[in-house]
Each structure stands twice: as structure tokens, then as C-alpha cells.
Design a protein around this ligand. Structure first.
Ligand code: SAM
Length: 254
């Protein structure tokens, strides 16, 4: 089977009345795609989570385009405004602060509103912290559960983790740097023997993958203060079970 490689000449112009979900870099500006740049250049307006932040990205790529914020004051009202533009036939590029719009960010609400209104939504895929972390983690990728951010309240967090105790695949979470120690303590309580991977500062200068049990990673965090952005992955129950069996078997041989 031969996949046709389209040249820039054969690419159709943007479609009027379409909401383009444009993924943007999660750190390394080289990760912007050629298509993302074209859509940002050719759209009528860019709907941004934070116009100041997106302004910096546009400046870097020398793109001058009007922007509207869909988040700053009143997300619901702003979503409506975007829908009105689409209904008038405008081509709207939606970007969030980083990564793929709609993954644990306010892009989701705009997309749902556009789909509910019967409007055309197109994906312009690119960077996503979840995918970058999971694929390089060394943990199984065939089955995974993405949780995004846990709730803030301790009881609810604990409950959410407990509910995933028997999930066979890899668990993936987003966490703020301010709560990473808290999360590791919670993981220690619920999943003490599992391998956890901290994917830190992906695509940036200090990118690293830290692997260990929650207790080992807590000890590390106590020694070095870990700053930056994190995706946290937890080895699934299926692998943990296989490890337990291996240990039991090797124990019986000795
Ligand atoms: N839509 C984004 C995506 O596609 O990944 C995620 C937006 S969410 C508001 C931000 C969270 O993503 C951060 O708190 C962190 O957990 C994760 N994240 C974003 N960039 C990252 C990076 N460079 N390294 C590690 N985690 C990152």
C-alpha cells in the first residue's frame, strides 16, 4: 500500500466555517507542524486560551493574526462568540496554552459546543504531553487510562485512585509541580509496589524520566526539589500481577 505524500500545492485551502484544533508545542518550538503554521497563517481568527501566551508563539513564527480569548472572562460567552463566527463562515483556529486542544484544557468546551451546533471541526494534530510521556515511559501502551488532573480535595483524589486499583493497563495523570509530592504520597498509599514514571519537562532542556516505586521517587523528591511540568504514569495491575508471580516463582526456587 502506498501512501500519497501531498505537496503544499495539492493541499486544499482552509474550509470556511471550520473550527481547526491546532496543536502547539509543549516546550520545544521545533515541534510545531508545517500544517499548524499554515492553518495559523490562513485562518481568519485565532481563538486562544491566553492571547498573551499565544502571541509569543505567533511572534516567534512571524504570524500576524487577530486573536480572541475564549477563556479570560467568561468561557461560555466566549464559546458562543466563536460559534457565531463559524456560523458566519469564518475559519477559526483554536489553540490552547500548549499541546493538543481538548486534552485537559478549556478547548474541550468549545469543541463540544461546536459539534453540538453541527459545525465542522477539524484536527491539526501535533504535540501532546500524554502521548510523549506514555510512549517513552517504557510502560505498556496497548491499554492505558488517562485521568488528566485529579480533583483537588484529598478525599476525592484518594477515591479516584482507589477506583483504578484493578485497572490492568497503564494509568496516566497530569499534575502541577506544586502537588507532585502529595501525589506521590497518595500513590504510595494506594499503589506501593507499582513502578511509577515521572516524565518531567518533556521536549525541554531538562527533560527526564524518573522511574521507581512511589517511595523511591518520594526519597528522590526529598533530595532534589523537582520543578517544571510533569506527566505521571503508573504501571498497571496486569504487569504488577506478573511481577508478583515472577517474584513468588523465583522465591520458591531458592
Ligand atoms: N493540552 C495539553 C496536552 O496536549 O498535553 C495539556 C494541557 S494541561 C492544562 C497542562 C498539563 O500537561 C501540565 O500540568 C502537565 O501535567 C502536562 N504537561 C504539559 N506540558 C508538559 C511538558 N512539557 N512536560 C511534562 N508535562 C507537561
Amino acid at each position: 500500500m502506498s501512501a500519497e505524500l501531498p505537496s503544499a500545492k495539492t493541499l486544499p485551502p482552509l474550509t470556511p466555517g471550520t473550527l481547526y484544533l491546532v496543536a502547539t508545542p509543549i516546550g520545544n518550538l521545533e515541534d510545531i507542524t508545517l500544517r499548524a503554521l499554515r492553518v495559523l497563517r490562513e485562518c481568519d481568527v485565532i481563538a486562544a486560551e491566553d492571547t498573551r501566551r499565544t502571541g509569543q508563539l505567533l511572534k516567534h513564527f512571524e504570524i500576524a493574526k487577530p486573536m480572541v480569548s475564549y477563556f479570560a472572562f467568561n468561557e461560555a460567552k466566549r464559546s458562543e462568540e466563536i460559534l457565531e463566527r463559524l456560523q458566519r463562515g469564518e475559519k477559526v483556529a483554536l489553540v490552547t496554552d500548549a499541546g493538543t486542544p481538548g486534552i485537559s484544557d478549556p478547548g474541550e468546551r468549545v469543541v463540544r459546543a461546536a459539534v453540538a451546533a453541527g459545525l465542522r471541526v477539524e484536527s491539526v494534530p501535533g504535540p501532546c504531553a500524554l502521548v510523549a510521556a506514555l510512549t517513552a515511559s517504557g510502560l505498556p501502551t496497548d491499554e492505558f487510562h488517562f485521568i488528566g488532573f485529579l480533583p483537588h480535595k484529598s478525599g476525592q483524589r484518594r477515591k479516584a485512585l482507589e477506583a483504578l486499583k484493578t485497572f490492568a493497563g497503564t494509568l496516566a495523570l497530569y499534575e502541577s509541580p506544586y502537588r507532585i509530592e502529595k501525589l506521590l504520597s497518595e500513590l504510595h498509599e494506594v499503589f506501593p509496589t507499582r513502578t511509577v514514571v515521572l516524565a518531567r519537562e518533556l521536549t525541554k532542556k531538562f527533560e527526564e524520566f524518573l522511574r521507581g516505586t512511589p517511595a523511591e521517587l518520594l526519597a528522590l523528591v526529598a533530595k532534589r526539589s523537582l520543578k517544571g511540568e510533569f506527566v505521571v504514569l503508573v504501571n498497571g495491575e496486569a504487569e504488577a500481577e506478573a511481577d508478583r508471580e515472577k517474584n513468588t516463582n523465583s522465591g520458591s526456587v531458592q
